[in-house]
Design a protein around this ligand. Structure first.
Ligand code: HEC
Ligand code: HEC
Length: 141
């Protein structure tokens, strides 16, 4: 009795294993099988681009042309304003935050940066010299 249960269990395990092996291999965007231990993604260096980046359309938040690792934004401090506020930009030779950042949602002018513009990196992003993970083309028909 015990022996036949063991045999049945072994059979079930073997069947499950063969089913697993037969399953189609799925691979990640980086080309690894999802079951592989892939290499950790390298931390790409943030680009410093004197003169800044061109914008692609008129209302685009300009991309950040410098590293931002040392500037934090929280309830008490905003590292970006140390260089970009109307009071500090001249001394730091930085562009001052746009006038649009001083209006609340009702169009009323605010004395300080409008709360909806406080978290700068919500809209402005630094850039790294990373290649796209996958080709960016229109699918052919
Ligand atoms: C130590 C001073 C300093 C700090 C702090 C700083 N920046 Fe800058 N930032 C600059 C300078 C200087 C430039 C101009 C660089 C150039 O054009 O060569 C610049 C450029 C920019 C631009 C490009 C503007 C444009 O019109 O192209 C953006 C956006 C920007 N910074 C956002 C930020 C954000 C967001 C933070 C906080 C996470 C931040 N910066 C912190 C000095 C600073
Ligand atoms: C909700 C999105 C948003 C947030 C949040 C935001 N910005 Fe902007 N920013 C923009 C857009 C859009 C523009 C370009 C259009 C304009 O002038 O309003 C811009 C323009 C700028 C410019 C370029 C000004 C110029 O004259 O070329 C600087 C510098 C800047 N922002 C800094 C900041 C800083 C610093 C913060 C945080 C205190 C911040 N922004 C938060 C959307 C945002």
């Amino acid at each position: 009795m015990n022996r036949s249960i063991t045999a049945a269990l072994l059979g079930a395990v073997a069947l499950a294993a063969s089913t697993l092996c037969a399953a189609e291999e799925v691979s990640s965007l980086r080309g690894h099988a999802v079951t592989d231990d892939s290499d950790a993604v390298l931390n790409k260096q943030t680009l410093s681009v004197p003169g800044g980046f061109d914008v692609a359309w008129e209302e685009q938040p300009p991309m950040i042309p410098h590293p931002i690792d040392n500037y934090s934004i929280d309830l008490r401090q905003n590292g970006c304003l140390k260089c970009h506020s109307p009071a500090t930009f001249e001394a730091n030779n930085a562009p001052v935050i746009a006038d649009s950042h001083f209006f609340d949602r009702d169009g009323k002018r605010t004395e300080k940066v409008a709360p909806r513009r406080y978290f700068c990196t919500q809209c402005h992003a630094p850039q790294a010299g990373a290649m796209p993970l996958v080709e960016n083309i229109l699918p052919s028909r």
